[in-house]
Design a protein around this ligand. Structure first.
Ligand code: T46
Length: 136
């Protein structure tokens, strides 16, 4: 079983182009309190390198591509976001590193809570400690 679910969104296509509509409670399994986007990523830079104590997020590369290295403290997986119809649902104590951004990447993230720096675990050793506490 994967650490995080990769969700396929329905694309509504016609001769004018494509449209994807996401609805809370249907495509997004949480209440959306925040929406942010990451773009103009400088060449070769990586982001993330943290976990959250209590946050649900859905990440979508609406343009370009990037790779999420996700880690639950026991195993690691690489998940590629390379199509606007794919959403990576990150729930629970998951370390994430975001890499391999293409120049045109626009990463949209929906979250179930407001920004709270206190919720971030930015130290990997601290993350592992929390995972061990949680599993014992
Ligand atoms: C995540 C990945 C996918 C705010 O003020 N409000 C916000 O909502 C966010 C997300 C960030 N910030 C501030 C905090 C930092 O001073 O923006 C600055 C950059 O944030 P950070 O270094 O956390 O960015 P990333 O790209 O490493 O991580 C972000 C999210 O923070 C994180 O929750 O899962 O994107």
């Amino acid at each position: 079983m994967s650490i995080c679910k990769l969700i396929d969104f329905k694309t509504l296509k016609d001769e004018r182009g494509s449209l994807i509509a996401l609805e809370q409670g249907q495509d997004i399994p949480f209440e959306i309190k925040r929406f942010y986007y990451i773009f103009n990523i400088s060449k070769g830079f990586e982001r993330g390198f943290h976990a959250h104590s209590n946050l649900k997020q859905m990440a979508i590369a609406v343009s370009g591509k990037c790779m999420f290295l996700i880690d639950n403290g026991i195993k690691k997986e690489e998940m590629y976001l390379d199509n606007p119809n794919k959403g990576l649902f990150i729930d629970g104590l998951i370390w994430r590193e975001i890499k391999e951004f293409t120049e045109d990447c626009v990463l949209v993230v929906l979250a179930n809570d407001h920004y709270k720096e206190k919720d971030y675990i930015r130290d990997y050793k601290e993350f592992i400690k929390k995972v061990n506490l949680y599993n014992n």
